[in-house]
Design a binder for this molecule. Structure first.
Ligand code: DX5
Ligand code: ZN
Length: 232
């Protein structure tokens, strides 16, 4: 459930838009996937990090885990593809249970075609970019996407430190989307926690991904509540 909007004025120090929470199952205990998904049933999305060991220096999981998660959870499955040439697998991920699919600008020669394909599959289309990639790389497709994901760490691993320059990237994207009249979501992923969640929301983020801040030592629900509390 989203945290309610408080103000329409982003300069006022309040959270200007409802913010959705998207726990990343990358940090969960995979031997208890069903219970770990149950623990976040009150969240808005389950964030699903797919890594191929080529686009990023780590391998996570793929289609069978998404399909298993889909079978035991009714949460929106927010699939983040960190794989080379994701266009090869978009249909497979859609059929395995993705509700939204996000691709990296650095991973495909044909970003616009990938976005079109995700839309044609009836899924929410997202684009994302690494911290070292200019925001200009997503600008040509902004009018055609439902979500832009700002990576606030270098992708590949959970538990990394938030990169503060990400805040300005969120502000810039919010301005560009406003100029276009787009209501696309701005999602932030990497090092998000109760200490920076509010600043991200004030900058214009509408979806916050959190792995280690949710699936910490004291279990799923506690971390989720701490994030929610930081936003009200
Ligand atoms: C990193 C992943 C993230 C990761 C976030 O490549 O895309 O979704 O799970 O984990 P934390 O919140 O621990 O940084
Ligand atoms: Zn992710």
């Amino acid at each position: 459930m989203s945290v309610p909007a408080q103000s329409a004025d982003p300069a006022s120090g309040t959270v200007p838009r409802p913010v959705k929470l998207a726990p990343s199952i990358l940090s969960c205990d995979f031997s208890r996937l069903g219970e770990e998904l149950q623990a976040i049933a009150g969240a808005d999305y389950a964030h699903v990090d797919v890594m191929d060991g080529a686009f990023v220096p780590n391998i996570s999981f793929g289609l069978p885990i998404l399909a298993a998660a889909r079978r035991v959870s009714s949460l929106f499955m927010d699939v983040h593809l960190m794989i080379e040439r994701p266009e090869r697998y978009l249909r497979d991920f859609a059929e395995a249970g993705a509700d939204g699919i996000t691709v990296h600008v650095e991973s495909t020669q044909h970003l616009h075609r990938a976005v079109q394909s995700i839309r044609e599959l009836g899924k929410r289309a997202g684009v994302t970019l690494n911290p070292g990639t200019s925001l200009e790389a997503v600008r040509p497709v902004l009018a055609d996407v439902d979500l832009v994901l700002v990576m606030s760490v270098n992708p590949g691993f959970g538990g990394q430190k938030f990169l503060p320059a990400s805040l300005e990237r969120v502000r810039t994207l919010r301005r560009w989307l406003d100029e276009l009249g787009s209501d696309a979501e701005i999602e932030v992923d990497g090092g998000v926690n109760a200490a920076n969640a509010r600043a991200l929301a004030e900058a214009g983020a509408t979806v916050l991904v959190a792995g280690s801040a949710v699936y910490g030592p004291d279990g799923g629900a506690a971390g989720l509540e701490r994030l929610r509390a930081a936003l009200v």
